[in-house]
Write a new protein. Sequence first.
Length: 68
Amino acid sequence: MTPATRCRRLTTMLRAKAERERDPEIRAEWKCIARGYLILANQFERNGSKEIIYASFPRSRDTDEEVA
């Protein structure tokens, strides 16, 4: 199984988990994580599973400020 396929499988699993979640905030978090894996899968496909460009992940201003 390729890395892109693994990421897409995780995306599907996380979306299903989000749909079962009752808490809207937690559901949104699962969907956000699933979106990250989908972006990662696309990068694997685009780069031939060789190199991932982490800078292209969308960043949240709140997260960046908390880390700094």
